[in-house]
Design a protein around this ligand. Structure first.
Ligand code: ZN
Length: 251
């Protein structure tokens, strides 16, 4: 009896940045031309040392989070295309610069999403480490609490994101680097690839021989090493790219 080994399917790494979520109504605050770069005062709302030290900054930050509404945003066809890939049995890991949680909300399992900048769907207490949902804290803000404290210990609550002035989680970064080194296809989606750690992950993948596909509205420093560059809007182009992957075009 001869067994035919199942064809090994290529491991696909998808690095995602703000561009995949703009069609979900989430502005790119953090990018090179984002609000946080253009308005230093607004940047204080997401800068650790100001946030921790100044209650007024925290009050403004909670109002901003409530008004942006990212906690209640919905995934778009770009997020759903990656879910389709995963559900078809393709080994997929998503390395995301986004904090909106939309990959999981679209249906990807938590264990397949590495959130390089943490998540704004949760809050963490700076005193006791207790975690809770952003939605619950925003309800307290809507009910009139300007700077809701931790209900366990009374200390300051902050989103479970990596603020300016904070280090990336080394465990998450290690795992993301391992995926970049092991993948056969690296999709860089909606990221300008200009900042750490995004650029470094592309470097690792390319050095290890992965095929690079860039999907981004504007030029990136890696376009010249990419096998393919797709400039169309992400929520329009990603479903087509996923169909090509499922048809076996990339091995
Ligand atoms: Zn606490």
């Amino acid at each position: 009896m001869s067994a035919t080994p199942a064809a090994r399917r290529p491991l696909i790494a998808a690095l995602t940045g703000a561009g995949i979520s703009t069609d979900s109504g989430i502005p790119d605050y953090r990018g090179p031309n984002g609000l946080w770069r253009r308005e230093p005062d607004a940047e204080k709302l997401v800068t650790y040392r100001y946030y921790v030290a100044d209650e007024e900054i925290r009050r403004r930050a909670w109002v901003m989070r409530r008004d942006v509404g990212a906690a209640f945003a919905e995934p778009n066809p770009g997020h759903r295309a990656l879910v389709e890939l995963e559900r078809a049995g393709v080994p997929l890991r998503v390395l995301t610069q986004n904090v909106d949680g939309l990959h999981q909300k679209a249906g990807l399992p938590d264990r397949k999403v590495f959130e390089l900048h943490g998540t704004a769907q949760q809050v963490v207490c700076l005193g006791c480490g207790e975690r809770g949902t952003m939605a619950a804290v925003l309800e307290r803000v809507a009910a009139g609490e300007g700077d809701p404290p931790c209900r366990e210990c009374g200390a300051v609550l902050k989103p479970a994101t990596v603020m300016f002035g904070e280090l990336l989680d080394p465990v998450v970064l290690d795992k993301a680097q391992a995926v970049a080194a092991a993948c056969q296809v690296f999709l860089a989606i909606g990221s300008t690839l200009q900042v750490h750690p995004a650029a470094g992950l592309v470097d690792i993948a390319v050095a290890a021989g992965a095929r690079l596909i860039v999907v981004n509205a504007t030029e990136t420093p890696y376009d010249h090493v990419a096998e393919e560059v797709i400039r169309e809007p992400i929520s329009a182009s990603l479903p087509g790219l996923v169909r090509r992957i499922l048809a076996g075009e990339f091995g």
